[in-house]
Design a binder for this molecule. Structure first.
Ligand code: RFL
Ligand code: PHB
Length: 390
């Protein structure tokens, strides 16, 4: 097989880039290790910044998002018995975020790829990029007993944190920066009416909690748990009880509970791999960087990678201009690190650290007091949460 751009990974990053390039007449093949059903069963992000939403529209995939997604102009931080609202719209100068699940967004991207007869190969086993430093790279994968080879100009590593792309960059070239938090988030999805029209981030001495949603009939809740906990230890009843304990009494009293339809634990981690280019391989999204979910930045950091790569590829194929490709890593990393900083800040401010000394707790409290006493501090939170410009 031959294509211009071979994309490893059929998650939101890979599909979005494939769709955008196809609309500009640039050929792609997407290789995905899992089945489509499996990819669409993963429950992940819920909050999209306006830049991501704009990219969905540019990819001609924004129609259902615009119809069914909810625009949120603010969210609540519950702390010390108070509920303080962050007015995103006011403090970001008129921006907002869209609440629309990653599952739905991925479904829309798959449908758009199908409509355009885009090539997405599922259940591709043993995907391996080769000759990345040459002008003729290629990717192989196994289909049953057969090894298939795809020749291409460029390889995109959009295969998430556990993918093969980043691992094919030599150890002496790649520098990895990592911070692992000593806790995870236990998430529950339930077919119940959300407790609040806006998200509630709750700081509590028993641990952080988050009330989020996917629609007016589908709720998503999270609680901070020790890394040693397993999903089996958390019955629905135990989960709802613990969530209620961490929410303001008035919110807990109106929480509607129901059977969980998904329950999982995600460890919290910050990670960046540099550089994001090696020869003719370009990393994008979770393959290159991970954030703890507290600032809702993960998918949104992927959006700027895709935006830069998309424009760089178009400039290369249409005008023979390689400056975007040459600058990609530095440009993408500059924004990636800002999302890292913001996610670390939100995580540190709102979680309970078992080994936190009295001094750290005083600082956490002071951070919140300062935040809600300063319009400039709220402006900083708001501009990061709605997404810094690409
Ligand atoms: P993905 O989604 O991991 O997709 C990568 C795809 O690559 C495939 N793959 C391979 N394919 C071929 N060969 C291989 N060797 C392969 N190895 C892997 C995988 O099967 C997969 O289909 O990465 P992508 O596309 O970069 O997208 C990133 C986002 O998924 C991620 O950043 C967000 O979900 C993070 N995140 C959130 N981000 C937000 O912006 N807002 C949020 O509100 C938000 N909430 C969250 C989140 C992530 C969470 N978890 C579970 C980590 C909430 C949670 C709980
Ligand atoms: C979610 O709805 O899954 C969600 C929302 C906001 C976050 C993280 C996750 O900060």
């Amino acid at each position: 097989m031959k294509t211009s751009v071979c994309i490893i990974g059929g998650g939101p990053s890979g599909l979005m880039l494939s769709q955008l390039l196809h609309l500009k007449g640039i050929d792609t093949v997407v290789l995905e290790r899992q089945s489509r059903e499996y990819v669409l069963s993963r429950i992940r992000a819920g909050v999209l910044e306006h830049g991501f939403a704009a990219l969905m529209r540019e990819a001609q995939c924004g129609e259902r998002m615009d119809r069914e997604g909810e625009i949120h102009d603010g969210f609540i931080i519950a702390h010390d018995g108070q509920q303080s609202r962050v007015d995103l719209h006011k403090y970001s100068g008129g921006s907002s975020v869209v609440v629309y699940g990653q599952t739905e967004l991925t479904r829309d991207l798959y449908e758009a790829r199908d409509k355009m007869k885009g090539i997405v190969i599922h259940n591709a086993e043993d995907v391996q990029p080769h000759d990345l430093k040459t002008a003729n790279p290629f990717v192989t994968y196994r289909d049953g007993d057969e090894v298939v080879r795809i020749d291409c100009d460029y390889v995109i590593g959009a295969d998430g944190f556990h993918g093969v792309s980043r691992k094919s960059i030599p150890r002496d070239v790649l520098k990895e920066y990592e911070k692992v938090y000593p806790f995870g988030w236990l998430g529950v999805l339930s077919r119940t009416k959300p407790v609040s029209p806006e998200l509630i981030y709750a700081k509590h001495e028993r641990g952080f909690a988050l009330c989020s949603l996917r629609s007016q009939v589908l709720s998503r809740y999270y609680i901070q748990v020790p890394l040693s906990d397993t999903v089996e230890e958390w019955s629905d009843e135990k989960f709802w009880g613990e969530l209620k304990r961490r929410l303001p009494a008035e919110v807990a009293a109106r929480l509607i509970t129901g059977p969980s339809i998904e329950k999982s634990i995600a460890p919290l981690r910050s990670f960046v791999a540099e550089p994001m280019r090696y020869g003719n391989l370009f990393l994008a999204g979770d393959a290159a960087h991970i954030v703890p979910p507290t600032g809702a930045r993960g998918l949104n950091s992927a959006a700027s990678d895709i935006y830069y790569l998309y424009h760089a590829m178009v400039a290369h194929y249409k005008n023979g201009d390689d400056s975007g490709l040459d600058n990609y890593s530095a440009k993408a990393l500059a924004r990636v690190w800002k999302a890292q900083r913001f996610s670390w800040w939100m995580t540190t401010m709102l979680h309970t650290f078992a080994d936190g000394i009295g001094y750290d707790q005083k600082l956490q409290q002071t951070e919140l007091e300062y935040l809600f006493s300063s319009e400039k501090a709220l402006g900083s939170l708001a501009e990061n949460y709605v997404g810094l410009p690409f």
